[in-house]
Design a protein around this ligand. Structure first.
Ligand code: PLP
Length: 409
């Protein structure tokens, strides 16, 4: 084996397809996000506006969060010093899990290193708890769920995205006595579309299946207390297990699941991805708990309102220019370009000529032919920044002679 040649071949293929990923080196500026400094490859710097961040509400710089983190850091030090089982469970972890259980109206919650790990560890462990478990997974589920389901050794069925008839067909084809779980997301982050949560729960009831809902792109942002789309729609008690992140709208880091005390106890005891890893630094847990608590209140509602308003304004203005927006009424604003090289070129020009940073989204994150720019307006993007973005897109659309025909979502 010529190892070097194999690596060259693998990386070369990405270049050829125009989907080699370059990480843009940015320094976020506290109190000025979404403004940041871009460290160019040539060593120079430029002021930019971040338009593709997942710090959806700007909580990553909120004083309430930073103060909680400073306090915990100063009183306990840097790391937790252990796994949850061996000296790594602190009052901060307990408080965070209580805050999360309350957020989702569940008895208990379990914090993981990330939502990726929470999905992967939980879904790969469930067949140990329910022998013969069949997992029904939406075809557009996040990579973390796919990985967990793929390596759990159990049976899986993939239903077409949000397709209730297909899901029913698959459920009907299996042994009525087999344990079942339906795994899906409330908001799919690349199109910004919503799942038919109620209808999926109805099917779960009919076929005696458990429900597992990833609310990563909804927690903090939907529902009167930021509990997610299930909270907004009054469906929290119909979901058996929630998954969420502390790294997006909550602005910090980490992930979790929430459910019954018994379910959390079992996962806690059987999931290697929970057991054999150092617990979150206490300061991180403290910051996340402060963020969740804040977003449950009126301050949080103001941010949610502003985020939705800014998303609506941006969509309306881009649509007004005839750009192919996907609009499902969520906070995510995808503009489909449909070709990886054009998408990359637009992204490069926005950054270089306008100081607008939006990362191109390519296969395999989205299907080939639907490559896109994905904008994430937040409460901290102001009217001037939105205007600058719209003007930049308009100018580039003309410069590149891109079609202004509308596509439907
Ligand atoms: C980002 C994401 C995750 C992973 O969250 P992290 O906390 O960043 O690991 C899980 N599910 C979905 C749908 C995501 O988009």
């Amino acid at each position: 084996m010529n190892y070097d040649a194999a690596l060259d071949q693998a990386i070369g293929q990405l270049h050829e397809e125009g989907r080699y990923r370059t990480f843009i080196d940015i320094e976020r500026r506290k109190d000025h996000y979404p403004q940041a400094v871009w460290n160019r490859p040539d060593g120079t710097q430029a002021e930019i506006t971040v338009w593709c961040g997942n710090d959806y509400l700007g909580m990553g710089q909120h004083p309430i969060v930073l103060n909680a983190m400073h306090e915990a850091l100063d009183s306990t030090g840097a790391g937790s010093g252990g796994t949850r089982n061996i000296s790594g469970t602190t009052v901060y972890h307990k408080q965070l899990e209580a805050e999360l259980a309350d957020l989702h109206g569940k008895e208990a919650a379990l914090v993981f290193s990330s939502a990726y790990t929470a999905n992967d560890a939980t879904l790969s462990t469930l067949p140990k708890l329910f022998p013969g478990l069949i997992i029904y997974s939406d075809s557009l589920n996040h990579a973390s769920m796919i990985e967990g389901i793929r390596r759990n050794g159990g049976a899986k069925r993939i239903f077409r995205h949000n397709d209730l008839a297909h899901l029913r067909e698959l459920l009907e084809a299996d042994d009525p006595a087999a344990p079942k779980l339906i795994a899906f997301e409330s908001i799919y982050s690349m199109d910004g579309d919503f799942a038919p949560i109620k209808e999926i729960c109805d099917l779960a009831d009919e076929f005696n299946a458990l429900t597992y809902l990833d609310e990563v792109h909804a927690v903090g942002m939907y529902g009167p207390r930021g509990g997610g789309v299930a909270e907004r729609d009054g469906l929290m008690d119909r979901i058996d297990m929630f998954n969420g992140t502390l790294g997006k709208a909550f602005g910090v880091f980490g992930g979790y699941i929430a459910g019954t005390a018994k379910m959390m106890d079992a996962v806690r005891s059987y999931a290697p991805g929970f057991i054999f890893t150092t617990s979150l630094p206490p300061a991180v847990a403290a910051g996340a708990a402060a963020s969740i608590r804040y977003l449950k209140g009126v301050g949080g509602q103001k941010l949610r309102n502003a985020q939705q308003l800014h998303a609506r304004i941006l969509k309306m203005r881009l649509k007004g220019l005839g750009m192919p927006i996907i609009d499902h009424g969520s906070h995510i604003v995808p503009v489909v370009i449909g070709d990886p090289k054009h998408t990359k070129a637009l992204s490069d020009m926005l950054l270089g000529d306008f100081g607008i940073y939006v990362q191109p989204i390519n296969y395999p994150t989205v299907p080939r032919g639907t490559e896109r720019l994905r904008f994430t307006p937040s409460p901290v993007h102001d009217a001037k920044q939105i205007d600058h973005l719209v003007r930049g897109m308009d100018a580039l659309w003309s410069r590149c002679a891109l079609s202004r025909a509308e596509i439907s979502a």
